[in-house]
Write a protein of this length. Structure first.
Lengths: 365, 288
């Protein structure tokens, strides 16, 4: 049980990193609180696994510190950090039975055999492995094998944290949901810090209370699934979370707001004042398809767009619209009729976000 | 699925069949032919049934060398297999040092048997050999030419020197094939070095060890050149192993009948023991 603090942490696989691009993990400060259920979400190659290996001790960070309850553990091997980690592909000790596999981490720590038996049976029960408990592990199916790998992490109830590195990749879809629920239950039952790496937003939001979105070696946002959806504070979060992702349009400054392709987008006074002070030309506005307002008839402040295509997803429709030279997506409820030809849309001010250099400019409400 | 029957494809196997027939089956049958007949000359051959087999199986000379042979082969396995595994575990896994180790280990394998015998014949000499003279200089009375124990140890040492590399290289390749994730998982599971070896490395070396054990058993069981070059099988008969006894019988005394019978028995022993090794190792911990 521990609070895990990553202090000015950075990691490069090169001996003498010069530019930011040489870093797999860019300098970050982050705290994982004791007992939290966290997800680390990001695309392949963004440094998720590197970060996980640094926490578990399989990898030593090149810069900064890893603190467990304020004690520096950089030099400690995983053994002494007392951390469990489950890998993407199941690792089982195939000369042993399922029982011996689950007992392995406990026996290595010289836990008395009576307690080993109790713990192994308990975990086997939770993971529904009791039927194959005395079979050789090598004859298991892929998802049973992964359950065994998870089980080896779960038998240790004294661990500081359990790290999951995309553990459900090899699992059948219908079992994925079940296992995720199971992990969640285990989390509630034992109150162990769990960090769950994934590139699947659905997996992240069903498992975790708080999600850290990683992009280019950085945690760009750390928040609840709802926060990530409503107030993405980096264009990447807007784009990555949600399906389809946020509409992001490159814009220029103009009178009373910003513009693109001769289309004016008015902004609040506060944002205009802010824009006047920043030198950057990398400006974007973003709005989620869910928040684009689609009108039935022409209204005053609506933009006129042209319907390019639509997808009917059963519960709702996704419209692709041309506004100026940009394509934007809008979500239309299933009970609404598909507009023909011209479509009138507006962007409610509270959901229209301004990004300067890819980061959100927050408004004081 | 419809399976096309095309038995003409069997003709494609014909060349291999002929090759094996001429290289193995026919010579073997010739030996069988010799083993059941007493042949004086081209026109005087008498069928003797199992007579030669009975004779060789009762021959005390053969009993002695068979016993010697078994002790020798098991000593070879008992030393070379663990030593080979240990060397493979200690080898660096990457970089220049790894290449260097691989080359050094491969060198003994490239040297012909009789050259190895000759090297050790000189190397071990008590008067001028570096090894032999050094031992004597240290006060150890070592002389392979006069002391049966020393001769025996030297023949064993030669084989270890010559062939441990093979086991080491096989194991090295086996170890390299273990994915890094297994070591990481073991580290997370707080496994000791011994546990990593016992539960990860050793089980995954099984298939290369089968090959190693079989090769080393068969080779050492048929050893001929080294003791022949070193002492000619002496002192006395102390390093006279099966193949040398056989050669003496067939070429020295020209007793082709008993020699043929003995060859077949020899062949069956090698086959039987190899099969035993193979099945034991492959069925180890396959209970369920």
């Amino acid at each position: 049980m521990a609070e895990i603090h990553l202090k000015s942490l950075a990691h490069s696989y090169f001996p003498n990193p010069a530019t930011g691009a040489d870093y797999a993990i860019r300098e970050m400060d982050h705290v994982w609180h004791q007992g939290g259920a966290y997800a680390l979400l990001g695309p392949s190659g963004c440094g998720k696994s590197t970060l996980l290996n640094i926490i578990s001790g399989l990898l030593q960070p090149s810069e900064g510190e890893v603190l467990f309850d304020n004690v520096r553990v950089n030099e400690m091997p995983p053994k002494e950090r007392n951390i469990a980690q489950v890998f993407q592909f199941p690792v089982i000790y195939d000369s042993m039975t399922v029982y011996d596999n689950l007992a392995f981490p406990l026996r290595n720590a010289k836990v008395p055999e009576a307690k080993v038996r109790a713990k192994v049976n308990e975990v086997a029960e939770i993971l529904e492995l009791h039927e194959v408990l005395h079979n050789k592990a090598r004859n298991l199916t892929a998802d049973e094998k992964q359950k065994v790998s998870m089980g080896r992490g779960l038998v240790r109830d004294d661990v500081s944290a359990i790290l999951f590195d995309e553990p459900l990749t090899v699992i059948d879809p219908h079992l994925k949901w079940k296992l995720r629920r199971k992990l969640k239950q285990i989390h509630e039952q034992f109150n162990i810090t769990m960090i769950y790496v994934t590139h699947d937003q659905l997996e992240a939001s069903t498992f975790a209370d708080k999600i850290a979105v990683m992009y280019g070696g950085q945690i760009v946002q750390f928040g609840t699934p709802r926060e990530l959806f409503e107030v993405p504070n980096h264009t990447f979060v807007g784009f990555f979370i949600g399906s389809p992702g946020m509409n992001l349009i490159e814009v220029r400054r103009s009178e009373g707001g910003v513009s693109f392709d001769d289309i004016q987008v008015p902004l609040s006074d506060e944002l205009n004042a802010y824009l006047a002070d920043v030198p950057s030309y990398n400006l974007k506005v973003g709005i989620r398809p869910e928040f684009v307002h689609v009108w039935d008839k022409p209204v005053d402040d609506a933009y006129v767009t042209e319907l390019v295509s639509h997808e009917d997803l059963g519960t709702h429709k996704i419209l692709t619209l041309r506004l100026g030279n940009q394509l934007i997506k809008a979500r239309l409820d299933e009970d609404r009729e598909l507009p023909v030809g011209k479509v009138y849309v507006s962007f409610p001010q509270q959901w229209l976000k301004l990004y300067v250099d890819e980061f959100l400019i927050e408004e004081q409400v | 699925m419809n399976k096309t029957e095309n038995n003409k494809a069997w003709f494609l196997v014909l060349p291999v069949f002929l090759l094996v027939a001429f290289s193995a089956v026919i010579p073997l049958m010739t030996v069988v032919n010799y083993s059941v007949q007493d042949i004086f000359d081209q026109n005087n051959a008498y069928f003797v049934g199992a007579e030669w087999f009975r004779e060789v199986l009762r021959d005390p000379r053969l009993h002695d060398s068979l016993l010697r042979q078994f002790i020798y082969s098991f000593a070879v396995l008992a030393i070379e297999i663990p030593l080979g595994i240990a060397v493979a575990l200690m080898m660096p896994t990457k970089g220049k040092m790894a290449s260097l180790c691989l080359i050094l280990l491969a060198i003994p394998l490239l040297i012909p048997w009789n050259v190895v015998g000759t090297i050790w014949q000189i190397f071990g000499r008590a008067d001028i050999g570096l090894f032999g003279a050094a031992l004597n200089g240290l006060g150890i009375d070592y002389n392979y030419a006069s002391n049966p124990g020393d001769a025996w140890a030297t023949v064993l040492l030669i084989d270890v020197w010559h062939w441990t590399s093979l086991v080491a290289l096989l194991c090295f390749s086996g170890l390299r094939a273990i994915p890094e994730a297994f070591y990481q998982a073991a580290e997370i599971d707080r496994a000791s070095k011994w546990a990593v070896f016992r539960y990860i490395q050793l089980p995954r070396l099984k298939s290369v060890l089968v090959i190693g054990v079989l090769l080393r058993f068969m080779d050492s069981f048929m050893i001929y050149t080294e003791p022949f070059v070193l002492t000619g099988g002496g002192p006395g008969n102390s390093t006279t192993f099966l193949s040398q006894t056989l050669t003496k019988m067939a070429v020295g005394q020209f007793d082709l009948g008993p020699a043929a019978a003995f060859s077949l028995v020899y062949f069956l022993i090698v086959l039987l023991v190899s099969w035993l090794f193979f099945t034991t190792i492959t069925h180890m911990d396959k209970a369920k």
